[in-house]
Design a protein around this ligand. Structure first.
Ligand SMILES: Cc1cc2nc3c(=O)[nH]c(=O)nc-3n(C[C@H](O)[C@H](O)[C@H](O)COP(=O)(O)OP(=O)(O)OC[C@H]3O[C@@H](n4cnc5c(N)ncnc54)[C@H](O)[C@@H]3O)c2cc1C
Length: 438
């Protein structure tokens, strides 16, 4: 499967060190801002004087020198696919509020579902390679990364870690191939940051369990074939355990309507009424859910930097083309200061990701480090997207110019998988030894 990562390339584009810089930032709304012949001359002149842009990853961070060839190969293959296949579709998908599901087999072919898992047709890649894959998916849109994070880090990870050998054989290959889509149902309408307050129950019924309750805000639920559901087991003093519930009698999904964020990601509320579930026997306690979330949060922390990079590049391109008071916007000190601050945030996030990714590969990453990582990188990406939105002026609110879409998406990412506050409390508890949660 891993070889799939090395084969999806767009010749002459993806592997060029300056591929993103040469991608022209053309949007319909820019036509009315067309640059005069004199201004074009001025721009050409400034380039000829040696005022060449520097590439953030290539020149400033010397990023490539920090990565192994298989890590850059995975990243470049996904970047090429996103550019060629997903980017042309996302504005429309976002407007419609629906994920382009016909792309799911291509994502499976690319090997992104459960890419960090071993066996069952999964790519088995390193944490750093997986993180770079998440970065490239989220450069396309947080909805794309969310689909893949939920499928791999939450659903497949739960089955891989807690399922019996028969359960793994039954579901993991089909999930890796995108023939089945899964969702991960932990949150309830009255139990978000505090999942221990969940009310869903499971009662033993022969070989299976019957589940009752509701789950809220569940990514992928409207398109899912199965759900990993967390519920309190009546016969075990209310201990939380994980169950696989396949779509069928007793499981109803209602799409969440009116979302202004992650519009291309299907989100649903689930009703369970005597729904038949298969216990994942290795699961036990809320820590099983948190173990899956730790995997997913690490991918999120990498992923959001992709959205930030896309926003940064949009601002950089806009500054080169937009004239204000007779000169390119990019020649202005205030604009450059903002770019420098954005670049600093992105570089800091990337270095943190690389450090924690390497620790994870050595089996040394702790949950509190994941909290720090998720909290830092999401907040940084949110600021970068907000600055980029402002730097594009009125054009910044048009969906074809993507920065506002990223900004709106990042509002959800700031909240899901542990809010910014909750991760602050986790880090604060580790620093002080005192829990401020309750
Ligand atoms: C688009 C989207 C997709 C999602 N996908 C999934 C999914 O696939 N599966 C799933 O199970 N869940 C999912 N969620 C749910 C998400 O994980 C929860 O929204 C999140 O955990 C926060 O819970 P809540 O919304 O109930 O907020 P609350 O827990 O009600 O928090 C409200 C506010 O209070 C703050 N707060 C909470 N506790 C404290 C405290 N002790 N001290 C101070 N402040 C506090 C929070 O930071 C927040 O600002 C998704 C959410 C969204 C928006």
């Amino acid at each position: 499967m891993l070889t799939a990562f090395a084969t999806y390339t767009v010749p002459g584009k993806v592997n060029s060190p300056h591929c993103r810089r040469t991608r022209s930032f053309v949007a319909p709304t820019y036509e009315k801002l067309s640059i005069s012949a004199a201004d074009q001359q001025a721009l050409l002149f400034s380039s000829a004087q040696g005022h060449q842009q520097q590439d953030l990853e290539q020149d400033i961070l010397a990023w490539e020198s920090l990565l192994a060839p298989e890590e850059t190969a995975a990243r470049d293959a996904v970047r090429a696919w996103v550019d060629a296949r997903f980017a042309p579709r996302i504005t429309e998908a976002h407007r419609r509020g629906a994920f382009p599901r016909d792309l799911i087999p291509e994502l499976a072919e690319l090997g992104v579902f459960g890419a960090s898992l071993q066996g069952y047709g999964c790519a088995g890649m390193s944490s750093v390679a997986y993180g770079l894959v998440m970065q490239e998916l989220e450069r396309g849109d947080s909805a794309l990364r969310s689909l893949c994070s939920v499928q791999g880090s939450l659903v497949m990870h739960a089955i891989h870690a807690f399922g019996s050998p028969e359960q793994r054989e039954r579901w993991l290959p089909a999930l890796a191939q995108g023939k089945l889509i899964g969702c991960f149902a932990l949150t309830e309408s009255s139990a978000g940051s505090d999942p221990a307050a969940m009310a869903a129950t499971a009662r033993r019924d022969g070989d299976a369990y019957m589940l009752e309750g509701e789950k809220a805000w569940i990514t992928n639920a409207p398109i899912a074939d199965l759900a990993v559901v967390f519920a309190k087991v009546a016969d075990e003093d209310g201990r939380v355990r994980a169950f696989v519930v396949e779509r069928g009698p007793g499981l109803e999904v209602h799409s969440v309507e009116g979302k202004l964020s992650l519009r291309a990601s299907p989100t649903g509320n689930i009703l369970l009424a005597a729904a038949r579930g298969a216990l994942l026997p290795g699961s036990g306690g809320l820590k099983s859910a948190l173990q899956c979330l730790t995997q997913a949060r690490e991918g999120i922390a990498w992923g959001v930097t992709g959205a930030a990079m896309d926003c940064f590049e949009a601002a950089l391109d806009y500054g080169a083309h937009r004239q204000v008071f007779g000169r390119p916007l990019a020649s202005r000190q205030l604009f450059q200061e903002r770019l420098a601050t954005m670049a600093q945030s992105i570089v800091t996030s990337q270095l943190m990701s690389l450090h924690f990714g390497r620790l994870k590969d050595q089996g040394r990453l702790t949950p509190v480090q994941v909290s720090l990582h998720k909290r830092h990188n999401v907040a940084a990406a949110r600021r970068v997207a907000s600055d980029a939105r402002a730097m594009l002026g009125a054009n910044g609110i048009i969906d074809t110019n993507k920065v506002m879409r990223h900004l709106m998406n990042l509002e959800s990412v700031y909240t899901y998988e542990g809010t910014d506050d909750v991760h602050a409390l986790a880090v604060g508890r580790a620093l002080t030894g005192i829990s401020a949660f309750s």
